[in-house]
Design a protein around this ligand. Sequence first.
Ligand code: IMP
Ligand code: MG
Length: 372
Amino acid sequence: MEIVKLKDLYFKKYIKREEIADVVKRLAYQIKHDLPENEVPIFIGILNGCFMFVGDFIREFEGNCEVSFVKLASYSGTESTSNVKQLIGVNEDLTGRTVIILEDIIDTGNTLQEIYEIFKHQPIKQLKIATLFFKPDVYKKELHIDYIGKNIEDRFIVGYGLDYDEYGRNLDSIYQLTPAPKMKNIVLFGPPGAGKGTQASSLKEKYDLIHISTGDVFRFNIKNETELGKLAKTYIDRGDLVPDEVTIKMLESEVEKYENPKGFIFDGFPRTISQADALDKFLAKKGERINGMVALEVPQDLLVKRLLERGKTSGRSDDQDESKIRNRFEEYETKTAPLKHYYEKQNNYYGVDGVGSIEDITNRLSDVFDKL
Ligand code: IMP
Ligand code: MG
């Protein structure tokens, strides 16, 4: 997931979970290393944003330690407000203790100042401050920060415990505020016989989108003997599946053909998680994303009837044998289930009832397209 939408705003992947894990590990090591041997520190996390950081941090911390939390609030929306409030204090006896504050992020430093005021009158041995993220360009206080996980630029971030209006805390990477995408990009899905082709052609007119059917792209490239077409053909001739890399490149070059498109309807692509990931990354480079996977849902028995009917007139042998048809559904189900899950996880899966007249179904699809 490269660009996420939270409420009215968009955020782009900024710091990957692996990098966060490295930073946390390094902080835990440094802090342990600087403590006198056998010193048992008490870590105090600043809720809510720090919960993931503290959870990971104390697992990386080697040696005995205690953990406690305070809760303060200073933010609503994306602008820092100056009225920082204390909500919950620490109840432990801190006399003679080494107290280490764990902050998820220090921005203006207002919250930190507040925390400092709470602890400075306590008969503790020493107070240290550690923050996972720090925005050096906005920090306005004199207070020394002992440990900084990573300096970041002054742009609002979410994920790994940090929120935008309470959303985004559960993201495992850090995402940064980004301008709203301009395109409407839709992955259209549906089992064989669901009426995808028919619907795609009216929807592309209605929304001024470009319909990219992978089948057509393959045939075009092979027929015109493009480099990628020739490459794809070597696999097809051997009876092998065309590798994701080749398919993705073909799709990318297809997308690049258009200047200032309003968006695309992807049909027959992505077919695998790795294709979906590649598509996400490719679009994110342009500041764009997949707005949604829209899937036509039709009961199998009805599809079988429709296809058998079609087989009578089209002469397509694969439409004439019920067991062959059922096999294709089986394949569709097993292949698309992971993709459905992939987009569901992003809150980006939209199932649409594919039973009814063509117009009815177009209207149902339009209701979804309008929202995306
Ligand atoms: P400060 O008081 O300006 O240093 O901000 C402290 C608090 O504001 C942090 O503990 C966060 O809860 C919140 N905050 C500051 N910057 C961000 C951000 O980029 N994303 C999410 N929350 C932030
Ligand atoms: Mg905080």
